[in-house]
Design a protein around this ligand. Structure first.
Ligand code: SF4
Length: 209
């Protein structure tokens, strides 16, 4: 049996829920072609999570890292986004090493609630109220993306904006089910606080994965 969840040991295979080549719909890299690898496993427990089927890592087949990288290389992708689930529940050193050796840029989308592993060209930190991010990743994040579910979340977003590095890009993104209600509030907030930018899940509007 191969180890699938230890985040301190070398990993040969990872539980992959899905992988696909598409358009990044969110945040700083929105609109760019990207190969997404969604890993199984998450213990954060967001009530509004739209990928709850990712939570149980054991429900997702193990895929060899070599095979994953070879699959990505069959496409014209230049950028790979590792997401989940919570991808940092796994040791990502080997995956990112092989992706970078294959000439691919490595981006991660994480809640930051597990220790950082892997070599990253871009770290998108999306902190969650249900399990706080660990302190070291706050200084390393290139992008802070806060999901706005309720108006009280603006104050919570500012708490994390004060903790990330000065170069970190700041995004507010409406939770999908609340988008009709929260997007106007986010727009007004950004007009008053222009250090923030709007992130929309454009892949859901244009109906791509
Ligand atoms: S961190 Fe992501 S995958 Fe995990 S529960 Fe929250 S939204 Fe879902």
């Amino acid at each position: 049996m191969e180890e699938i969840t230890a985040n301190t040991t070398s990993t040969v295979s990872l539980p992959v829920m899905e992988h696909f080549y598409t358009i990044q719909g969110e945040g700083y890299h929105q609109g760019k072609a990207a190969y997404f690898i969604r890993l199984g496993g998450c213990d954060v427990g967001c009530v509004w999570c739209d990928v709850k089927e990712s939570w149980d890592a054991s429900k997702h087949s193990l895929m060899k890292i070599e095979e994953l990288v070879a699959t990505v290389k069959k496409t014209p992708a230049e950028l790979v986004v590792i997401t989940g689930g919570e991808p940092l529940m796994h040791n990502l050193d080997e995956l990112t090493d092989q992706l970078q050796q294959a000439g691919l840029k490595t981006n991660i989308e994480t809640s930051g609630s597990h220790p950082l592993s892997g070599l990253w060209d871009w770290i998108c930190l999306s902190p969650k109220k249900f399990k706080a991010p660990l302190e070291p990743i706050l200084h390393l994040a290139n992008e802070l993306k806060v999901i706005i579910y309720h108006k009280s979340d603006f104050e919570w977003a500012e708490k994390y904006a004060a903790l990330v590095a000065p170069h970190c890009k700041l995004y507010l993104q409406p939770e999908w089910e609340k988008a009709a209600e929260m997007t106007p509030a986010i727009i007004n907030y950004i007009l008053d606080n222009p250090q923030w930018e709007l992130s929309l899940q454009i892949h859901k509007y244009i109906n791509v994965p």
